[in-house]
Design a protein around this ligand. Sequence first.
Ligand code: F6R
Ligand code: MG
Ligand code: MG
Length: 365
Amino acid sequence: MSSKITISVIKADVGGYVGHSSIHNDIIQTAKEKLNNAIEQDILIDFHVTRCGDDLELIMTHKYGTDAQNIHKLAWNTFVACTEVAKDLKLYGAGQDLLSDAFTGTVKGMGPGVAEMEFEERKSEPIIIFMADKTSPGAWNLPLYKIFADPFNTAGLVIDTAMHEGFIFEVLDVYKRRKITFSCPEELYNLLMFIGALRRFMIKSVYRKDGVIAATASTQKLSLIAGKYVGKDDPVLIVRCQSGLPAIGEVLEPFAFPHTVEGWMRGSHRGPLMPVAFYEANPSRFDGPPRVIAAGFQLCNGKLIGPRDLFDDPAFDEARRKANEIANYYRQHGSFEPHRLGLEDLEYTTMDKLMKNLESRFIPE
Ligand code: F6R
Ligand code: MG
Ligand code: MG
């Protein structure tokens, strides 16, 4: 067992209430009971259960490091128990993110999303956990770039000697299942060439140049895992803040711009990412628009002091207003791109069937 603390955020959609818009309280209660038992058995130091839209979010602290089998098993068993509740209540899409009937040692590749980091807890350890619904892990590329590489966003990159050297970005090529690191600011232009392509290249983690881990994201892509669409891979992101890392306000700042992400209705549309307070994380208009919440915690010997609802701030009202304006703009495109995704990126499609049925009616031009 390590002297370091590990934060594991493991999430899954185990059934929606109503439709895909939110989560029933009985599911939250069941998850809390399961994780409480794990505290009594000394598996966890602390936990917080929450939700964003229809996603159940298990935020856990412990000493077992990342990819620990007992922690993943705990999360898996919790999701299975919650799925039973969802089935009893006939909630929508019960167990939709659990792709297998049996646990095999890790939840990775089995449906749930996972972001984990292990570190030596500092004298004071402020962290933010971002959780999004109706979008995909590429949604973090733009904010992570701004937080850790854009001096117009993060003043500390310019005026804090502890951050002045810059950061290292670890980027996954999810199509080829390989990764590469970019050292910034030296390799900024290289980095942007890759992470501008949201579907294929995703920022997995960010490190300070002395090796301190600063951020890590979930990068599971359900569509690739299952070989076909089985549910959205709504992502989570953990960011450490302050004292030589970006300040809370520098980490939140990119979300004042509701940038365009993929997801929304049927996982097949583009729309704005709207930063909301916890109680507003219930995407209903056209099953959206996509939402993000920010839960702030102070860690205290592994205890999660919090959360503070960080987007519950009138300073983000303008981002929400703008997101609604952008949502109106996109919605008026109906079935046309760029609102609807390109043919190869649709998660629901009738095209294969149509092509087959209509093949004989095509004639040479
Ligand atoms: C998007 C999402 C929803 C559903 C839509 C249709 O991530 O979960 O937009 O795709 O409500 O759902 P089904 O096909 O289950 O009726
Ligand atoms: Mg759902
Ligand atoms: Mg969801």
